[in-house]
Design a protein around this ligand. Sequence first.
Ligand code: HEC
Length: 115
Amino acid sequence: MGLALVSGKSIYEKYCLTCHQADGGGVPNMNPPLIKTSYVLGNKIRLIKVVLNGFLENVDIDGESYSNVMPSHDFLKDQEIAAVLTYVRKNFTNKAGPVTAAQVKAVRATNKKKA
Ligand code: HEC
């Protein structure tokens, strides 16, 4: 498959849908929605890091807390992470700009994991 044909929708359905649901609505108190959250619409570096590192901190997301844990998806290629985040940022009533593979690559290069 050529890089240009990487489909954000199919990556979402394979890796994200079980938790965040087909409509991006999440599961109350378990998995957060991806609809107009500050993470989805906000800083792209922070958003890319959620996918690379997973999300383990027990922090509130726009005032709610969620009991499940999101695993790291750093096995996905730069192009795949860019495609799935662009898909998320343009669906579920979200209207935000794309994430590029170059941006994912740059974040991955500086991404420091805790030792
Ligand atoms: C095993 C379930 C699971 C999978 C799979 C999963 N997530 Fe998550 N995700 C979560 C949970 C749970 C949180 C919040 C964790 C917390 O509050 O500590 C979260 C947080 C997030 C956040 C930040 C909070 C928000 O609601 O905006 C984003 C963005 C996100 N996930 C996107 C994705 C994407 C994109 C994928 C697929 C590549 C994915 N997730 C796969 C469970 C999952």
